[in-house]
Design a protein around this ligand. Structure first.
Ligand code: 6V0
Length: 317
């Protein structure tokens, strides 16, 4: 028997930097009336819940508390941020064995309760762990998604906005593929409020497109490395990303964002999870948007998928 879903409830498993920042962002957003924090370190979850609760008189009424798996099986969304983070010099893929082992302790506790809500994976490597969650849980692919390149796309928009002195919300551009070193910047359809990117660059006095594209894509890809080098973890950008994805789901927004989702035939990709544009709403990944890519982007995407598959083959699922 599964419990009926409470649309006003969200759970976060893993209350470190990312989990607690996400809880803070969600509390401020006022989307939910109940936020449950789960961590193997119960004290940590209790401490974060108390600390965040004390901001409530300045935000929205909401119940935030530390709980266990019996408290979360009716949450509309379970966000998983548990696991090791990158240390300076480590790639996301270096985390895979440690975090798959952690997911093997988490996912069965969710699926044995016949959970009917949506799982949002955030722990890295996020595309691989979304795949692992899908396989371990046996849940439909529509209800298992990862934060993917929604964060990288935000970084892309921010850096392009700075480069062009324009509001990043007017930048329509995205990163797809792996949330990691093989990610793909989709330049072919990038535009600023409908104006093709190169035309807008020239309006702003930038003419060396090749050099700028290379530099900006590298800056986006290396953002996390730079932050980790300087402050040992990244959490505010991802917390806002978690809030944005939860909004899309909780408000049934039908928003198009590049969440990590299961590809089974799309773009010639087979049995792999990658961050690709999808319509996200109450049902999770409701529709995979067939985005146009040029030949180079498609080739890069296939390289990204190959990297993911090589890692998946090393896993004992
Ligand atoms: P952290 O601060 O070390 O927190 C991890 C938390 O997970 C700790 O509080 C642990 O106690 C807890 N934990 C470990 N095992 C379990 C378990 N079995 N059940 C419940 N809780 C557990 O790490 P941080 O918060 O910085 O990072 C968490 C994860 O998010 C890492 O894998 C990061 O690489 C990943 N990030 C993902 C991003 C993305 O864009 N997808 C961005 C930033 C970080």
């Amino acid at each position: 028997m599964s419990k009926p879903i409470n649309d006003r409830k969200v759970a976060i498993i893993g209350c470190g930097f990312v989990g607690s920042s996400s809880a803070f962002a969600l509390m401020q957003g006022g989307l939910f009336s109940e936020i449950v924090l789960v961590d193997v370190d119960r004290n940590r979850a209790e401490g974060e819940a108390l600390d965040i609760s004390h901001g409530m008189p300045f935000a929205h009424p909401c119940k935030i508390y530390a709980g266990d798996y019996n408290d979360i099986d009716d949450a509309a969304i379970i966000v998983i941020t548990a696991g090791a983070n990158q240390k300076p010099g480590e790639t996301r893929l270096d985390l895979v064995q440690k975090n798959v082992a952690i997911f093997k302790t988490i996912i069965p506790q969710i699926s044995e309760r016949n959970y009917q809500g949506i799982i949002l994976v955030v722990s890295n490597p996020v595309d691989i762990l979304t795949y692992v969650t899908l396989k371990l849980s046996g849940m439909p692919a529509t209800r298992v998604l990862g934060s993917g390149t929604v964060l990288d796309s935000a970084r892309f928009k921010y850096i392009l906005g700075e480069h062009l002195s324009v509001d990043p919300r007017n930048v329509h551009a995205r990163i797809v593929g792996e949330h990691g070193d093989s990610e793909v910047a989709v330049w072919s359809t990038a535009n600023i409020s409908g104006i093709p990117i190169h035309d807008f660059c020239e309006l702003r006095g930038h003419y060396d497109h090749e050099a700028a594209m290379k530099r900006i894509a590298e800056d986006v890809k290396n953002s996390a490395y730079e932050i980790i080098e300087k402050k040992h973890a990244t959490y505010y950008g991802i917390a806002m990303t978690v809030k944005r994805i939860c909004e899309a789901i909780a408000r049934d927004e039908k928003t198009i964002i590049p969440v990590s989702n299961y590809q089974n035939g799309e773009y010639g990709l087979d049995d792999v999870v990658l961050s690709m544009p999808a319509i996200v709403g109450r049902g999770g990944v409701e529709y995979k948007v067939p985005a146009p890519f040029n030949a180079q982007e498609l080739a890069q995407l296939h390289e990204s998928a190959k990297t993911m598959k090589e890692v998946i083959e090393t896993l004992d699922l």
